[in-house]
Design a protein around this ligand. Structure first.
Ligand code: PEP
Ligand code: MG
Length: 544
């Protein structure tokens, strides 16, 4: 048994089999495999899948474009059976104990070099074919695994790291836990794991990836951050009893369902949930959230291959509002950019994406995109109690521009006789130091503030939220952050608007009393934290 230590981001325990996640859009990763026959089996399954795909392409090409073009796929099928190609891949796996993806990629590279250096133009062209079939085979290695993942028991996803789009594309029903070599607790992937109610440990270090193999038994302790490979019987029984203890605590919290979020001395706050997907809404309801304090609408964009249309968005927002049956739902407009990259946005490479074209900056630069979302939101407002909030605000002019665009959208809807809620609340996120510092100027313009402590921490402390190495410098309780929250709360109340916190800090029970004393009106947290936080609030007495 070997134990690795990382950071637990969701307090739950999982015991199960490992599944090595291969990014399909990244360079192939090399790692050691201990079960060589199994790796050869994977290769065989992937080859079968690749052949099946090529046969289908061949038939389609014959039907649609004729025999000459269809021949390309015949050549590819022959290459897949080529002895030199296959022997090289197999030898690499057997002699160097490497993963099949790496063996395919290394073989492709060396054969491509050989073919490209030949005089004969026909042979030179084969270099591209080798590359093509190898890319297909690598893709099939991932897909064959994914098929396994779908059809069998739940597995523990092990990866170097996971982007928000990787995480969102995983089928939640097949995932038992996440373990990543890198990553930071405030990253969107960690936030997603929490919202999905899945044990997760991040930043366990790169060595973990060379030790873990597909199908290996692992224990993931999302509380202590321990990840045990091939645990012995003693470790398994200890973990099983810890797991029961965690379950017992959760059962006790069920008694708080339907109860008010109120302190002993009668101070009531609104306790809401942060969500990003339809699944999260169910978890929010199961955990008795009093509303949705943050709906991260960008996940709708991340899940799609192209810009979601106004109607598609309208249906999605309508479903959320109807599921919440009259409870307040605050939908945040698109917050892509930084770590949330979406190909079809073509954002281009930026030196400092967290300080780059992100969130409201994209919306104000591309008003048509923004207006499509706003129209969908306004039209959805008749199906429940909707509020809209805008991310990454730094300046008064931005809010003025947003409000002007909202007015344009409203007058267009009126002209088209499309109904909407005239009294819908509009708020902004306080997640940059600039917004907190000028909160006295911003408050008169909006109906509420919602503090995004994840970004407020990143921008105030100049600590990249994606960079795990900066952990010692990421003091989420730093006085500067707490003072900015306090200042925003004072300015909100001075101007008669309410203020909530929707960053991860809202769920930190060691700060609940501080936030309540500051006058925070709403806390919005990942669904599994709703009941523990209600418990913490109900034990507080602010009169003391
Ligand atoms: C925040 O920054 O605190 C926040 C809630 O937004 P996100 O984590 O989606 O950036
Ligand atoms: Mg943010």
């Amino acid at each position: 048994m070997t134990t690795y230590y990382g950071k637990g981001v969701f307090d739950a325990i999982a015991i199960g089999k490992a599944f090595l996640f291969q990014h399909q859009d990244r360079p192939v990763r090399k790692y050691c495999v201990s079960n060589i026959p199994r790796e050869l089996e994977r290769l065989k399954a992937a080859k079968e899948l690749a052949k099946k795909q090529l046969r289908e392409f061949h038939e389609k090409a014959l039907r649609e474009v004729g025999e000459a073009t269809a021949q390309i796929f015949e050549v590819h099928m022959m290459l897949l059976e080529d002895d030199t190609y296959n022997t090289s891949i197999q030898d690499l796996i057997e002699t160097q104990s490497v993963n099949a993806e790496y063996a395919v990629s290394a073989t492709a590279e060396s054969l491509s070099i050989t073919f490209s250096s030949m005089e004969d133009a026909y042979m030179q062209d084969r270099a591209a074919d080798i590359k093509d079939i190898s890319d297909r085979l690598i893709l099939c290695l991932g897909n064959a695994e994914k098929e396994t993942l779908k059809s069998t028991e739940k597995m523990i996803i092990c990866a170097d790291d996971l982007t928000p789009s990787d995480t969102i594309s995983l089928n939640k029903d097949s995932v038992l836990a996440f373990v990543t070599a890198y990553g930071s607790p405030n990253s969107h992937t960690a936030i997603l794991a929490r919202a999905m109610n899945i044990p997760a440990v991040i930043d366990v270090g790169f060595e973990f990836l060379s030790a873990v193999t597909n199908g290996m038994q692992i224990i993931v302790d999302g509380h202590t951050g321990e990840v045990m490979l091939e645990p012995d019987d003693k470790a398994i029984s200890k973990m099983l009893s810890r797991k029961q203890e965690v379950m017992r605590k959760k059962e006790l919290l069920q008694e708080l369902k339907g109860k008010e979020t109120i302190t002993i001395d009668g101070r009531k706050i609104k306790l809401c949930a942060n969500v990003g997907t339809a699944d999260d809404i169910n978890t929010a309801l199961e955990n008795d959230a009093e509303g949705i304090g943050l709906f991260r609408s960008e996940f709708l964009y991340l899940e799609n291959k192209d810009y979601p249309s106004e109607d598609m968005q309208l249906q999605a927002y309508r479903r959320v509002l109807e599921s919440m049956a009259g409870k307040k739902v605050i939908i945040r407009t698109l917050d892509v950019g930084a770590d949330k990259r979406i190909d079809y946005f073509q954002l281009g490479k930026e030196e400092n994406p967290a300080l780059g074209m992100r969130a409201i900056r994209i919306c104000l630069t591309r008003p048509e995109l923004f207006k499509t979302q706003l129209r969908a939101l306004y039209r959805a407002s008749v199906f429940g109690k909707l509020g809209i909030m805008f991310p990454m605000i730094t300046s008064v002019w931005e809010v003025e521009r947003i409000l002007a665009i909202c007015e344009e959208v409203k007058s267009e809807l009126r002209k088209a006789a499309l109904p909407f809620d005239e009294n819908m609340e509009l708020g902004i996120m306080i997640e940059t130091p600039a917004a907190a510092i000028i909160s006295d100027r911003l408050a008169p313009l909006v109906d509420f503030f919602s503090v995004g402590t994840n970004d407020l921490t990143q921008y105030t402390l100049a600590v990249d939220r994606q960079n795990a190495k900066l952990e010692p410098f990421r003091d989420t309780h730093h006085e500067a952050i707490l003072r900015l929250v306090q200042l925003s709360a004072e300015n909100a109340h001075k101007h008669g608007i309410w203020i909530g916190i929707c960053g991860e800090l809202a769920a930190d029970p060691s700060l609940t009393e501080t936030f309540l004393r500051m006058g925070i009106d709403e806390l919005s947290v990942s669904p599994p934290f709703v009941l523990p936080l209600r418990d913490a609030v109900r034990k507080l007495d602010l009169s003391k």
